[in-house]
Design a protein around this ligand. Structure first.
Ligand code: GTP
Ligand code: MG
Length: 196
């Protein structure tokens, strides 16, 4: 049976990894630079405007926010990294939270690495990807805000991003404004989370 995406519920926010609940569902985590569109993409994926809090100001998501989708998977919205205006101490705390989660006992099955299609992978994205690769964690690239570029420019940028990521993985192009790529993302996640 197909996953009913709109049947999504907020589970809880986690500020320290010791608070992570014991939920026996396959997990996917959404990682990326602050303001890249992580929370917006989740609203589009769930088809539920406003379930995930979004903001024009970077640094909106500061905790791990857990969502259970149709009792079939757990989706984890991560705090954005690279938010320069946040205090160093706070940045270090978010980083520790993300790293404890991704490398710990509650590690997700898959990490979506989100990058703004206009900017491609930044140094901080490449550092995260290297960190994931070093630990054998699975990730897939997703390009956000695809509505910001015209067709030709979009194709060219996607090719450049593929090259910058090592040539093996092409980003899935998405937009939460015109819903481009959202159904593909749903299909992909449904397959990934159902495979054992
Ligand atoms: N044009 C366009 N704007 C988008 C898209 N996705 C997100 N945005 C805008 O980008 C800004 C940031 O979106 P968020 O979803 O809050 O970003 P985030 O990655 O969750 O940010 P943090 O929680 O701070 O890490 C908001 O102003 C969104 O409206 C998109 O697909 N197209
Ligand atoms: Mg957010």
């Amino acid at each position: 049976m197909d996953i009913r995406w709109e049947n999504t519920q907020f589970v809880q926010s986690v500020a320290d990894i010791s608070q992570f609940p014991d939920i026996d569902l396959p997990q996917v985590a959404i990682a990326g630079h602050s303001n890249v569109g992580k929370s917006s993409l989740l609203n589009a994926l769930f088809g539920r405007k406003g379930l995930v809090k979004t903001s024009k100001a970077p640094g909106c998501t500061r905790l791990l926010n857990l969502f259970s989708v149709d009792d079939a998977m757990l989706v984890v919205d991560l705090p954005g990294y690279g938010f320069a205006r946040a205090a160093k101490k706070e940045q270090a705390q978010w980083r520790a939270l993300i790293e404890h989660y991704l490398a710990g006992e509650h590690a997700p099955r898959l990490i979506l690495s989100l990058m703004d299609i206009r900017h491609g992978p930044k140094d901080s994205d490449l550092r995260l990807i290297e960190w994931l690769n070093d630990r054998g964690l699975r990730w897939l690239p997703v390009a956000t805000k695809a509505d910001k570029l015209s067709g030709n420019a979009r194709g060219k940028r996607l090719q450049e991003m593929t090259q910058a990521l090592g040539g093996m993985l092409s980003p899935l192009s998405t937009s939460c404004l015109n819903k481009r790529g959202i159904d593909d993302l749903r299909d992909m996640l449904q397959k990934e989370m159902r495979s054992s």
